[in-house]
Design a protein around this ligand. Structure first.
Ligand code: B16
Ligand code: MG
Length: 215
């Protein structure tokens, strides 16, 4: 029986992929006069800020000092926070609120398992913070595709992996859920072949699968 639902944030509850990638694009143009290849967006989706910058620097064969790297990460985050400054509950993805209400009603624990260090701020802006029983601190655990983010939520509630379900939009995130031995729901259009099941949106999940999985 499923007792806990662990949600990725970006691409599942809201969509700020454009803002994340836009912030990286701005940074690389300003510092290296490079226009980022569009295919890098998918490679940075769901992975931590540090892993993202490593992917981007590697791709262009750039070698920089640790101090410069740290400054760039801080600047990217300032760019990103400027871009998300305006968001509110209208940025909630379809089906999210309906699912959160259902989970609360059925006494299923709700956790955030995002790689983002801005997770709590974004939940506040989306006005769904109060639904969450636990928010994993991504700065304390290894990033996806490592399972640690999902295991941290499981352990907080003292549950087994079989009692947890994860929702993810990125390949790295689905890999993390499966490495944690949990049931993985892939969300979105991307090819998430390792997921146990994939839906285009949580509206489809609520309509086709919710009762079967939680009751
Ligand atoms: P931050 P998720 C991820 O969110 C994003 O998909 C990814 O693009 C970003 O690099 C990562 O969060 C870290 O975000 O810079 O805010 O700490 O999909 O894991 O919710
Ligand atoms: Mg995501």
């Amino acid at each position: 029986m499923i007792k806990c639902a662990i949600f990725d944030l970006d691409g599942v509850l809201t969509n700020t992929t454009d803002e994340h990638f836009g912030a990286w694009c701005h940074l690389f143009e300003k510092h290296f006069n490079i226009q980022l290849d569009k295919q890098l967006e998918i490679k940075t989706k769901g992975v931590s800020r540090r892993d993202s910058i490593e992917v981007l620097l590697d791709y262009y064969g750039l070698h920089i000092s640790e101090e410069y790297k740290q400054n760039l990460m801080d600047e990217k985050n300032r760019n990103y926070r400027d871009l998300i400054n305006h968001i509110d509950e209208s940025k909630l993805m379809d089906g999210v609120l309906d699912l959160l209400v259902y989970l609360k009603k059925n006494k299923i624990k709700i956790a955030l398992g995002s790689a983002s260090r801005n997770g709590e701020t974004i939940l506040d802006r989306l006005k769904i913070r109060d639904y969450f029983d636990y928010i994993v601190d991504p700065s304390l655990v290894k990033g996806k595709p490592n399972p640690d983010i999902f295991l941290a939520a499981r352990d907080f509630f003292n549950l087994s992996s079989q009692e947890c379900i994860g929702f993810e939009d990125a390949v790295s995130g689905v890999k993390a859920i499966k490495a944690a031995n949990m049931y993985a729901v892939g969300v979105g259009e991307e090819n998430l072949e390792e997921a146990d099941v994939q839906v285009v949106s949580l509206v489809e999940f609520n309509r086709e699968l919710r009762e079967k999985i939680f009751e």
